[in-house]
Design a protein around this ligand. Sequence first.
Ligand code: ADP
Ligand code: MG
Length: 249
Amino acid sequence: MLDDQTTRPILELRGLTKSFGETEILKAVDLDVEQGEMVFIIGPSGSGKSTLLRCCNRLEEPSGGRIYVDGKDICDPKNDLNKLRQKIGMVFQSFNLYAHMTAKQNVMLALRKVQKKSKEEAEQTAIEMLTRVGLAERVDHFPSQLSGGQQQRVAIARTLALGPKIVLFDEPTSALDPELVGGVLQVMRQLREEGMTMVVVSHEMRFARDAADRVVFMADGVIQEMGPPEQIFGAPQVARTREFLSSLD
Ligand code: ADP
Ligand code: MG
């Protein structure tokens, strides 16, 4: 049977606003992310990129507008927020792994606690996900025995284990030494090839240019310009975009 949700974007923002006190940080943002797309969000510090991502699973409560994930309004109290949150993976700059748990145990935790999986099932999924991010040999290592890049890949495996429809990355490589960035970007590129839908806030402009399906330039709480990477980086239409890009070295 055909159902119309298969044609809807995975993520739809409709007039999303967010204020902190008197200050309006997001000013009626509209954005669609289609299945399988990798969308980059770039823009100056303080322009609301993290706030936008955090609203998408209600880590921040939107002040107005609508957010649909896989066709479901995440602010509708009739929808189970905990269930919806499992559809929206989040990867942050800080990996937040438990230091006293191995890579495998870190990945297993949410599967056991949130999804009530059996130990055997959780363990099998954890090993599969760690293998997917290139850490098959490291499943029994503790975070302190892993590089920052490997720790971030454990965090990505942990997110993937819950079976999200979309993964939001907030500056996933910003905390890493330069030589460790490539391994994380490689995993993200592979996820894109596997068809994962992703929204990525990043300063890795070269990677964005190379891997993005679409680039969104945000400043002052609005989307100033959006388009394919060739447009945004090669022939930006809006003066504000040109100013931002030329301010980078
Ligand atoms: P970006 O990720 O683009 O750097 P943020 O979304 O983190 O921007 O922040 C946008 C603006 O919102 C900033 O001015 C920031 O100080 C403010 N802000 C973010 N979170 C909060 C909060 N919890 N309370 C008050 N102000 C906040
Ligand atoms: Mg931010």
